[in-house]
Write a new protein. Structure first.
Length: 832
C-alpha cells in the first residue's frame, strides 16, 4: 500500500501585461477538525520545556537545554519533538530524536527530520487561505530593476510588480521590461487514517488535494539595441509569508507560503528589435491524490492575450519567459510546489531582397506541479508538467509587416492613483505616422508629431472610476490604426481619525503605532509631561481604539515591540521596558525559576529593536554612567534573559543626544553617534548577525557634522536604507545608502523643519513625518511623500497642523497610519 502524504501544489502565472480580476472571498484559513490519533512518541513542546532551551542550531536542529522539565527528563531516542513558530525557530519544527547527551547541567538533543504521519497517525486538514495579502508578507527580496507597486487595489491582495532588467553585458544585451500582477489563494485538503488491525499497523492516505486559485496578468517587452546571444534565468522577486499554525489535536502544524518570480531570455538576436505581448489568466491549478486513483492534476483555466507586432530588420529567434514558483514550506522545509511559466516565442525570417517575412509570434503557458520532499512520508517525489494554453498571436507567410499602433504603457486594466502623472506610450509598426493622437473617454488630450510617441497625462484633470484610453495612428489626416485600453483611477488618501473620545487632547502625545495585520494594531502614548501612559488596541484597521493598559499607568509609553498577539513590549518615558502581560518590567528567570530580576535593571533604555535572530537589542546607559552600551536579551516570553553587552566607543556630553537602534531582519544599525573629540564627524555601528557583533565605522556622508541630529532609520533590504533627521542649518535631511551603510548620500529638504520618522514602501516610494511643534516660517505640513527614493518630497496636505507627528507606519502598501501630538491621528485608505 502506498504511503503518501502531504503535498501542496500549485500556482499559476504567466508572462506578459494584463488585467487582474479579483475574488470576493478573503477570510483567514480555518481547518476542519476530524478524529485525531497522536502517536505516543510525539512530544509537543510545553512552556516549561521551551523556556529551558538555551540554543537551537537550525542548520541541523541540535537542541541545547540548560534547564529541566518533565518532557526533557523522559525524552528518548525515537521520540518526535514538535513546536509551532517561536523566537528560536520562526517556522516551527517536526524532528525525530537521534541522540541525547547530558553533561554539566546541559542536555544536547540531536535530531533528524520526521514525518507528520509519524507524529499524528490519523488526522485531517481542510482549509482555504482566502486571498494572500501583502500585509501577511514577513519579508520580500526584490532584484535590481524590480519595483513592487504601492497602489493597485483596495483589498491588499494584489501583488503588482514592474521590472526593467538587462541580460548580458556590453553590446551583447537584451532588456526585458514589463509588469506582472497576481492574486491567489491556497487550498489544502489532507485526510489520512491509521489501520490498527493491519499487520503491521500502518498509516494510509485517503485523500490529498492542494493547489492555488489564481488570477494573474502579465506584459513583457523585449528590446535589443545591437543584437545579442543570451540564455539566462534569474529570480526577480521572492515573498515569504508569515507562518500559519494549525492544531491537529495537540500537535501544531506550521505552513509558510513562498512565492518566487522568475524572468528569463533564450535566443539569438542579430539586430536591433523590439516586441511585446501580454496575457491574463484565471485558473485553479494543483495536484490530487486518492487511495483509489493515485496522482492526478487539477487544471481549470481561462485566458486572454494581446500583443503588438515586432519591429525588426533581420531574421532572429528569441524566447522570453516570466512566471512564479509557488511552494508551501512545512516547518520551513520545501513541500508541494507549482511552477507556471508564461513565454513569448518569436521566430522571424526575412526573405532576401524583399520586405517580406515568414514569422510566428506565440504566447503560451506551461505548468508543473509536484512534491519535492517527504515530510508527509510520500514514498517518492512526484511531479508532472502540462500545457495550459498556446496562442499564435501573429503569423506571416512571405508577407510584409502591416501598419499598426499599440499601447505599451499603461497596461490594459491598470489601476492608477488619481492625481498622479501617468506616462502614455505607444509603438507603431509599418509606415511612420504623420501624428499620433491620445484620447481619454473620446476627448483628444494630446497630439504628437514625432518620436517618441509619448505623453505624460496629469490624471488630476479626470475623475474617479473607469476610463477608456485610445491611441490613433494618423497618416494623411486619416486614422489608419488604433488601440484601446481601459484603466481605473482610484482615490488614495489620508484621512483624520479623531481620538478625542479617549481623553486625548493637545496635552497628549501618541508616540508609536504598529499593525500586525490589516485589522489588528496597537498605539502607545501619554501626556506631554510623561506622567501618564496608555496602550491602545484596534481590531478594525484603526477606525476604533480602546485603552488596554491600566488607567493609572504612570509613565508615557514611547515605543512598541511586538512579540505576539498576547504580549506587547513597550519602552517607557523612564527608560524601562515593560510587558503587556504584567504592565511591569520584563524579567529573566534564574535557576530555580522565580529568582530573576529585571532584564534591563539599572539600565536606562534610550531605544530598542527586535532582530529576527531572536534578540531584543537596546541602547542606553547603565546607572547613568557617561558611556552608552548596546545590550542584548533573548526575546522569549516569560524569560528575557540577558545575552551580552557591547560598549559604544563614542561619547558626546550634550543631552538629549543619545544613540538609536534599528533592525531589519538581521541587519542592524546604531546611529546618532557623536564624539567629544571630533566635531566634524558622526559614526554608526552596523550588525549583520542580529546584534551579536558590530562594526564601528565613520558615517561616510559629505557635510554631516556633530551638530546634525539623526532621528530614525529604515532599510528595505540588506543594502538599501535611509536615515532621517535635522540639518544644523535648520531643515530636514535624508541620508541614503545603497551599499548597506558603508557610504551615504546626503539630501537636504529645505521645506521641512526636520524628519522625525520614515517608512519606505519600496526603493522609490515612502513617507516621513515632521517631529516639531513650532516650525517658525516653515509650512505646517507634518507628513511628506517621496516617489523617487527620497530625492524630492511633497507635502501631504491633510496633515497640516501645528502638532508634531512622531511616527509613520505601514502594513503593506495599503494600510498606513501616522500619529503624534494631539487627538488627531491619520490613516491611509484606498478607494475607487
Amino acid at each position: 500500500m502506498k504511503k503518501l502524504l502531504l503535498i501542496f501544489l500549485a500556482f499559476g502565472i504567466l508572462t506578459l501585461p494584463f488585467a487582474c480580476k479579483k475574488k470576493t472571498s478573503d477570510h483567514d484559513p480555518e481547518p476542519e477538525p476530524n478524529e485525531v490519533i497522536v502517536a505516543d512518541i510525539t512530544k509537543v513542546m510545553d512552556l516549561e520545556t521551551r523556556s529551558a532551551i538555551s540554543t537551537i542550531d537550525t542548520t541541523n536542529f541540535t537542541f541545547t537545554f540548560s534547564g529541566e522539565s518533565g518532557l526533557i527528563s523522559n525524552l528518548k531516542v525515537g521520540d518526535i519533538l514538535v513546536d509551532s513558530a517561536s523566537e528560536f525557530a520562526q517556522y516551527g519544527y517536526l524532528r525525530k530524536v537521534t541522540g541525547i547527551e547530558a553533561s554539566k547541567g546541559e542536555t544536547k538533543v540531536h535530531t533528524q527530520p520526521a514525518g507528520l504521519t509519524e507524529a499524528v497517525l490519523q488526522g485531517s486538514i481542510d482549509f482555504k487561505s482566502g486571498l494572500l495579502k501583502t500585509s501577511q508578507i514577513a519579508r520580500m527580496e526584490l532584484a535590481d530593476g524590480v519595483k513592487l507597486k504601492s497602489l493597485k487595489n483596495t483589498d491588499f491582495t494584489v501583488f503588482d510588480m514592474d521590472y526593467d532588467i538587462t541580460f548580458g553585458s556590453g553590446t551583447d544585451q537584451v532588456t526585458v521590461q514589463g509588469a506582472t500582477s497576481l492574486d491567489m489563494g491556497v487550498f489544502f485538503k489532507f485526510n489520512w487514517d491509521y489501520c490498527i488491525l493491519c499487520l503491521p499497523p500502518e498509516v494510509t492516505i485517503e485523500l490529498f488535494e492542494s493547489g492555488v486559485e489564481i488570477n494573474q496578468s502579465a506584459s513583457i517587452n523585449v528590446v535589443s539595441q545591437y543584437g545579442a546571444s543570451v540564455n539566462q534565468r534569474i529570480p526577480v522577486a521572492t515573498f515569504y509569508f508569515e507562518p500559519w499554525t494549525f492544531a491537529i489535536g495537540p500537535v501544531p502544524v506550521v505552513f509558510v507560503p513562498k512565492i518566487q518570480l522568475f524572468v528569463g531570455v533564450d535566443g539569438l538576436l542579430t539586430a536591433e528589435f523590439t516586441t511585446g505581448a501580454s496575457e491574463s489568466f484565471e485558473g485553479r491549478l494543483g495536484t490530487r491524490y486518492t487511495s483509489a486513483d493515485g496522482w492526478s492534476t487539477i487544471k481549470e483555466k481561462t485566458f486572454t492575450t494581446d500583443y503588438y507586432p515586432p519591429a525588426l530588420d533581420i531574421s532572429m529567434n528569441v524566447e522570453t519567459i516570466v512566471g512564479p514558483e509557488i511552494s508551501l514550506l512545512l516547518y520551513g522545509v520545501a513541500g508541494p510546489f507549482t511552477n507556471v511559466t508564461a513565454c513569448s516565442l518569436l521566430e522571424a525570417e526575412l526573405h532576401t531582397g524583399t520586405e517580406n517575412w515568414t514569422l510566428d509570434y506565440k504566447v503560451g503557458v506551461k505548468a508543473e506541479v509536484g512534491i519535492r520532499i517527504d515530510v508527509l512520508l510520500f514514498e517518492d517525489e512526484w511531479s508532472t508538467d502540462f500545457c495550459l494554453f498556446e496562442q499564435n498571436l501573429m503569423h506571416l507567410e512571405d508577407e510584409p509587416l502591416s501598419t499598426g499602433i499599440f499601447f505599451e504603457s499603461p497596461p490594459d486594466g491598470n489601476w492608477i492613483s488619481l492625481g498622479s502623472q501617468t506616462l502614455l506610450k505607444a509603438r507603431v509598426t509599418g509606415a511612420t505616422p504623420s501624428q499620433v493622437e491620445y484620447l481619454v473617454d473620446g476627448n483628444i488630450i494630446s497630439t504628437i508629431t514625432q518620436e517618441p510617441w509619448e505623453y505624460t497625462w496629469n490624471t488630476a484633470s479626470s475623475t474617479y472610476g473607469e476610463h477608456t484610453l485610445i491611441v490613433n495612428d494618423i497618416i494623411g489626416g486619416i486614422a489608419v490604426a488604433s488601440d484601446t485600453i481601459t484603466i481605473s483611477l482610484v482615490n488614495a488618501i489620508w484621512e483624520v481619525v479623531d481620538l478625542s473620545g479617549l481623553n486625548q487632547s493637545n496635552e497628549t502625545i501618541n508616540t508609536d503605532v504598529f499593525f500586525v495585520s490589516e485589522n489588528e494594531g496597537w498605539m502607545t502614548g501619554g501626556t506631554g509631561y510623561g506622567f501618564w501612559g496608555y496602550m491602545l488596541h484596534t481590531s478594525d484597521g484603526g477606525h476604533q481604539w480602546a485603552n488596554i493598559a491600566p488607567a493609572d499607568f504612570l509613565e508615557r509609553m514611547e515605543q512598541i515591540i511586538f512579540l505576539n498577539e498576547n504580549e506587547i513590549l513597550a519602552r517607557t518615558f523612564a527608560g524601562r521596558v515593560i510587558t503587556s502581560t504584567t504592565w511591569n518590567n520584563i524579567y529573566w528567570q534564574s535557576t530555580p525559576p522565580g529568582n530573576g530580576e529585571p532584564t534591563f535593571d539599572n539600565f536606562w533604555v534610550t531605544s530598542i529593536a527586535l532582530s529576527n535572530a531572536g534578540y531584543l537589542v537596546a541602547t542606553g546607559i547603565y546607572n547613568h554612567e557617561e558611556a552608552y552600551q548596546i545590550r542584548l536579551a533573548n526575546a522569549t516570553s516569560g524569560d528575557f534573559q540577558p545575552v551580552k553587552s557591547i560598549d559604544i566607543p563614542y561619547y558626546y556630553d550634550d543631552i538629549p543626544t543619545s544613540p538609536l537602534v534599528y533592525f531589519r531582519n538581521e541587519k542592524g544599525i546604531v546611529f546618532n553617534l557623536k564624539d567629544q573629540d571630533n566635531p566634524l564627524r558622526q559614526y554608526i555601528m552596523i550588525s549583520e548577525d542580529g546584534g551579536l557583533s558590530w562594526e564601528n565605522i565613520q558615517l561616510n556622508a559629505s557635510g554631516i557634522t556633530r551638530d546634525d541630529d539623526l532621528y530614525d532609520a529604515f532599510f528595505i533590504n540588506e543594502n538599501d536604507g535611509w536615515v532621517v533627521g535635522r540639518e544644523s542649518q535648520g531643515f530636514a535631511m535624508v541620508l541614503k545608502t545603497t551599499d548597506g551603510g558603508q557610504s551615504w548620500e546626503k539630501i537636504n529638504v529645505p521645506d521641512a523643519y526636520n524628519f522625525g520618522s520614515i517608512w519606505m514602501l519600496s526603493d522609490e516610494e515612502g513617507y516621513a513625518t515632521v517631529d516639531a511643534l513650532d516650525v517658525g516660517d516653515i509650512i505646517n505640513t507634518k507628513l511628506y511623500h517621496t516617489q523617487d527614493g527620497g530625492y524630492t518630497w511633497e507635502p501631504v496636505d491633510i496633515v497640516n497642523t501645528i502638532m508634531a507627528m512622531k511616527k509613520v507606519f505601514f502594513r503593506g502598501p495599503y494600510l498606513g497610519y501616522t500619529v503624534g501630538m494631539g487627538s488627531d491621528a491619520y490613516s491611509f485608505t484606498v478607494g475607487k
